[in-house]
Design a protein around this ligand. Sequence first.
Ligand code: 5CA
Ligand code: ZN
Length: 408
Amino acid sequence: MQSWPRPNVPRLPGTGQPLRLHDTATGEIRPTAPGATARMYVCGITPYDATHLGHAATYLAFDLIHRLWLDAGHDVHYVQNVTDVDDPLLERAAQTGEEWSVLAAREIELFRTDMTALRILPPREYVGAVETVGEVADGVSRLLASGAAYLVDDDLYFSLEAAPRFGYQSGLDTASMLTLAAQRGGDPERAGKKDPLDPLLWRAARPGEPAWDSELGPGRPGWHIECAVIALNRLGDVIDLQGGGADLAFPHHEMSAAHAECLTGTWPFARHYVHAGMVCLDGEKMSKSRGNLVLVSRLRESGVDPAAIRLALLAEHYRADRSWTSERLAQAQDRLTRWRAAVDRPAGPGAAPLLAEVRALLADDLATPAALAAVDRWAAEATTYGGSAAAAPGLVRELVDALLGVAL
Ligand code: 5CA
Ligand code: ZN
């Protein structure tokens, strides 16, 4: 699958600090410690509707992580998937009468356009479920051979008995797991499973559903094993970060880590499990199924500068559940205007302390509200500055571009 174009990232003087991030599994903010190459897997979209501000906020959080690792001197191997065949997509296509693959292709293209406009650094490998059916089927076969998978009718399930550490990531009790699994793509009520939480690995072909031939017979992969195998085959047995929105912590990331650990015999699958808060509209999580979406493409069409969308989303911390309001967007547009006026001046107060401050704040679990406030203070001083430090506006322009992804 084709990724999207990479925006230029200016190189800043010196080196960024080691990045500390909140890890869902331990509940702590801990240092990330990648080697020369940081390995990051972030779950991609299910392309049945257009990119909304919730998606944008989540991909923006991982974009900052990407930028901070680059600034700290790491190469970043970033992999993202596209769930381009799955029940919600097939259901939507059935409702509208559109071919599921046509719907997916259109929404993937729109997502690429939105990500490009938002200056989100692209994954090095952007990988579709459809193009990886064979390798995922191979992973399922290996689980079957090791005794970790079993049949229910013609479908294959993963036995959680094969995952002794299951639950370490979310730390949830069984009752909460059962409720969330039922809401988020699981089937705890299905008869014949050893444990109601056991997740689907391979769904045998059904009339009217797409299916692929494989060593397991015709069918299609389950959701969690897809992400596990796509990540393992490209990034190796242990990755630095697995990420997504908070609604993926359970069951998706818990299950995909259990699959990966069972396949490799290594624990943990990811050194950090990182989850972004949910963006709401009128108090409800913004979601395709609720239909309360603010679309990035629609905002762009109405003339909103994507840099203002970025600033509006960065004005609150990535782990907070946030509400989108038109007031928030207006504040971001005002901030963008002030910053642009400040860097357009011929001179400004020294920018090296600001660079050090922004680096330190972002390295502390992405403290974006404080980082934006620091740039605000510099911009306010710049408007009354009478000195001749002519290099400062250029450095501020570059640091805001490299670290926050905002082109001034
Ligand atoms: N394809 C799967 C992952 S393999 C999937 O969850 N797709 S998605 O299109 O539903 O979501 C894509 C990403 O956006 C996920 O990380 C999800 O957690 C995040 N997301 C969805 N809705 C919101 C929201 N309202 N606020 C913040 N993030 C959201
Ligand atoms: Zn995923």
